[in-house]
Structure formats: C-alpha cells, structure tokens
Design a protein around this ligand. Sequence first.
Ligand SMILES: N[C@@H](CCC(=O)N[C@@H](CS)C(=O)NCC(=O)O)C(=O)O
Length: 329
Amino acid sequence: MGLLVDGVWRDQWYDTAKSGGRFERSASQFRDFVTVDGKPAAGRERGFKAEPGRYHLYVSLACPWAHRTLIFRTLKKLEDVISVSVVHHHMGADGWTFLKEDGATGDDLYGFDFLHQIYTKADPHYSGRVTVPVLWDRKTQTIVSNESAEIIRMLNEAFDEWGDASVDFHPQALREEIDAVNARIYNDINNGVYKTGFATTQSAYEEAFQTLFAALDDVEERLSRQRYLVGNRLTEADWRLFTTLVRFDAVYVGHFKCNLRRIDDYPNLSNYLRELYQVSGIAGTVDMLHIKAHYYGSHKTTNPTGIVPLGPELDFTEPHNRERLARAA
Ligand SMILES: N[C@@H](CCC(=O)N[C@@H](CS)C(=O)NCC(=O)O)C(=O)O
C-alpha cells in the first residue's frame, strides 16, 4: 500500500496521526466526464465523447467502489462497449498489481506490472493515492476519471446508443432524493466501515462504529416500509449500498470490527441484499475469493498474519420476501 509523490512510488500506510486516529479518505483527482456529444461537463476543460470500444475500466473485484462500475457495466449491457482489466487481489508494497492469478487479467492495454504505471502514464507528475476504479481513454491515453460515483453516472447515461437505454438508475424526478440518501449512506455506511476498520484510536473507532450502526438501523427501518431506498424502483442508491452490504458479513464484521450486528441479523436488509444479488447478472460481479483475500491479506496493520478466515457460510441465493412491498412505497 502506498502512493505516488510527483510520479514516484512510495510505500506508505494511511496517515491517521494528524486526524486523531480517524481515517480520512482523500478526494479523487481525475474528474472528467464522458458525454454523448463529447463536450466537457460543466466546469471541466477536457471533453470525452462516448464511443464504443474507446474506454477501458481498471477494477479490483475486491473493491466496493470499483464493484459499482462493474454492476453498471453489466446492468446497462455495456460488456461489449467498455472493456475491463482486473487487478490482483493482493495490495502490498507495490499497491495494486497486474499479477495474473485467481482470475486477475493483467493489464490488457499496456502489459504494465503495477496500476501506478497507469497513473504516471496519464500524468508523469501525479501525486496521490493510486486507486481503483479507473476509467481509461484509449484514444488520448489518459485517465478520464478515478471517481466511482461519477463513473457510474457516465455509464448510466452516456452510452445509451450501444447499451440498454431502457434502464435508468438516476431518473430526473428522483435525483434530489437519491443524492440525499447517497450522502448519508456514503458517509456513514460505505465509507463508515472503512472509518471503523482503519481507526487507530479507541475513540475514533467507537465514533465511527456508533454512526455506522445507527445508519444501518435507519436503513433497516426504511426497508421495512419500502422495497427500495428511493421511490419504488431500483436506483443508483441501491447499487451503491449493495456493494457494502455484500461484503459486510464476510469482511467488515471481523476484519473491520463492525460487529454489533451482521446484515444477516437484520431481516429487511438481508432480504433486500438477497433480492439485489439475484438481479440478473449481479451474482457474476461478486467474487468472494477476491473480496476476502484482498482485505484480510493486504491490510497488515489490521491483520498482521494475513490469515483469511474460512467462514462465514453465506448464501445470497436463498428466497427473499421483498415482492410483498412492491406497491407499498
Ligand atoms: N473515491 C474513490 C475511492 C476508491 C478507493 O478508495 N479504492 C480503494 C480500493 S477499495 C483503493 O484503490 N485504495 C488504494 C489506496 O488507497 O491506496 C472511488 O469511489 O472511486
């Protein structure tokens, strides 16, 4: 685990000393957009036109943020439009690597060994973390975006000429509510599990832990009344929550000490998780080997032995009871 400083790789763990033991996620730096007409998005200088075969995703199957982009690629039927390379699940002294093992593909575009080489190809003086997902433009050989929240919006709306235009996970009428729900779920749950697991003081851990479970309790209550988070349909907000829920009992409960309750202990959240997992194409985006091997094997400060637990037994294919809420929202 490390970062680039003026284009030079440095092996370094997260620095929580400045923030009272709290984990603070740094903002993504590549923030351009692929658009239908190729014009730059508002406030941006560089424009990228949607074209089939032009863009490539670098992902980790372990990573919940990268997982969002794979889900959108699948649900929008963009598999033949946007190609993908999968990094190795172990993130060690070199950061993400392109070692080909356990289903990791290697770097299909340049044959690089490390993901940080993709970052320095885009910007030889890049300083910052080297994260997945990355949306790469083959044509101009640069990174369009390394922010999953924005990549999924591009996949949702810019490629409809070639993908499935009939599904829209960010409908105009629900945008305000989606944004509000996303904000809480991002801060308290998606990033909340990291704040809990990477805290380096007892008080920072407890603060994040309490916030996380208060938010999960609220979502459980919401899902007892309505089938999905926003409106009566699947939206971006659901997929963003899903990637955390599906990792929760396998990883966050033990590795990140998020152990007040498991998702399995919440009747509505667990059925909701099963329903989303059973949506066509989704199970194929969930890779428990990568998920468990990555977290338990890579975070040496949290799990120095690197031992990957064998449990728990999880079966997301069991029946769910969410149909009864179909008209209740
Ligand atoms: N805000 C980013 C966060 C991505 C992120 O933090 N990815 C993790 C993997 S789960 C990563 O690559 N971490 C490497 C590091 O922090 O050095 C997004 O949502 O795209």
